[in-house]
Ligand binder design. Sequence first.
Ligand code: COA
Length: 194
Amino acid sequence: MTVDPGYHTRLLTPETWDDFAALVEGNNGVWGGCWCMGFHAEGFGKAPTPEGNRAAKQAHTTAGTVHQVLVYAGDECVGWCQFGTPTELPNIKNRKAYERELDAAPAWRIGCIFTGSKHRGRGVSRAAVAAVLDEITAAGGGVVEAYPEQVVDRPAQRGAYLHTGPESLFEEFGFTRDRRIAKWRWVMRLRVEA
Ligand SMILES: CC(C)(COP(=O)(O)OP(=O)(O)OC[C@H]1O[C@@H](n2cnc3c(N)ncnc32)[C@H](O)[C@@H]1OP(=O)(O)O)[C@@H](O)C(=O)NCCC(=O)NCCS
């Protein structure tokens, strides 16, 4: 697995907020304005609006309660991968099925992953996951979970459907299947040594 050296990464912080915001706004708000809030503890709330999601995400960024790698091509932010502890990111998809057979919580989980529509198929998400694993290594390592979509043995899926990433991407990094939590969604795990 080789990460394209043409990309570089930064964390989402108040300094990089405008770059992240430009990516979201350049992609129709991403899912109509989710602003990558779905995995956070408050989720989308009862009556979500794009403006409310934006403000909530910016508040997390200001408070330092978000972990998110941004991928850059030159000065342009072209993608991201969110990660965090289970406490920081409790709202995974298929949560009931996940908890039914949960033995021990992971140290980290990978949440939402996104590449700008004009930059797909060029290794952006690969660069994002590589940087996330570097961050986790630097933070002490531990078991990391991802919840990707199976892509083999099923019809081809458009990228829009893969907001937790394709399974093949995580396989490249050594993640292995732990258990199935939906028809096409798996818990995958990797132990990262510090
Ligand atoms: C899924 C997604 C993140 C992939 O990003 P990407 O930068 O295009 O992916 P990469 O080029 O790094 O691909 C890495 C590997 O992932 C897999 N992959 C990527 N897109 C895939 C797809 N549509 N179907 C199957 N596998 C795919 C492949 O194994 C690929 O390796 P290969 O090119 O050597 O075959 C992107 O399509 C996307 O952002 N989709 C929208 C998801 C979304 O809406 N997220 C936000 C919701 S809040």
